[in-house]
Design a protein around this ligand. Structure first.
Ligand SMILES: [Zn+2]
Length: 202
């Protein structure tokens, strides 16, 4: 039996860097890592010379790696078993795991429990309205190990809100749950600063 891990943090808390360093550590010891990422976040994808889309896990500090993309309607257990029939898989690392469906998190739990393969999920806890993402909710419910990757607000307190910013840098609280963007569109903040900026229209 292996474990399902959830390592969560706010925007810009080095989640992806942590995921890639974890991958490096496993590979350095000769383990085969299956690096995956849900297809909702495709901001770093590119087309190779044959026109095929390549999905990339990319950290702000410069680390990056090619990953397998996971569609919303895909069964992770089936995909894992197909892959493992062809090549060894010792550990699964998922970046942006908040975009997994609840069913896919259940499939990961099954893989950890019954296929003896650890599954490490890195992602956000909540959206720009402080509501849990579906994947994160299910991970809080059934992960064996839950760890916070901490980061700080500009004021020095711990950042817990992923504030969404408009093009003028003002905090916005209306819109779709998923709106992919990088450092210019989101900022990790403490609750107090988030509320203060909403009230003052900043
Ligand atoms: Zn603050």
């Amino acid at each position: 039996m292996s474990k399902l891990y959830f390592k969560f943090g706010a925007m810009a808390s080095s989640k992806t860097a942590n995921a890639l360093m974890t991958r490096f550590n496993y590979e350095e010891k000769g383990n085969h890592v299956w690096l995956i990422k849900p297809d909702l976040d495709n901001r770093d994808d590119y087309l190779d010379e044959n026109g095929n889309r390549v999905t990339v896990v990319k950290s702000r500090i410069g680390l990056s790696a090619v990953a397998d993309v996971i569609r919303q309607d895909e069964n992770l257990l089936e995909r894992f078993e197909t892959l493992r029939a062809a090549a060894p898989v010792d550990v699964i690392i998922c970046d942006e795991c908040q975009f997994l469906t609840g069913e896919q998190v259940d499939q990961m739990k099954y893989i950890a429990e019954y296929c003896d393969t650890p599954v490490l999920c890195f992602g956000l806890r909540s959206d720009f309205q402080t509501k849990l993402f579906p994947g994160s909710q299910r991970l809080f419910e059934i992960a064996d190990s839950i760890t916070e990757i901490k980061s700080v607000c500009r004021c020095g307190k711990k950042a817990i809100v992923n504030a969404r910013l408009n093009e003028r840098g003002q905090v916005i609280t209306e819109g779709e749950q998923v709106c992919i963007g990088g450092n210019d569109k989101y900022e990790g903040m403490c609750w107090g600063c988030w509320q203060d900026r909403i009230k003052r229209g900043l």
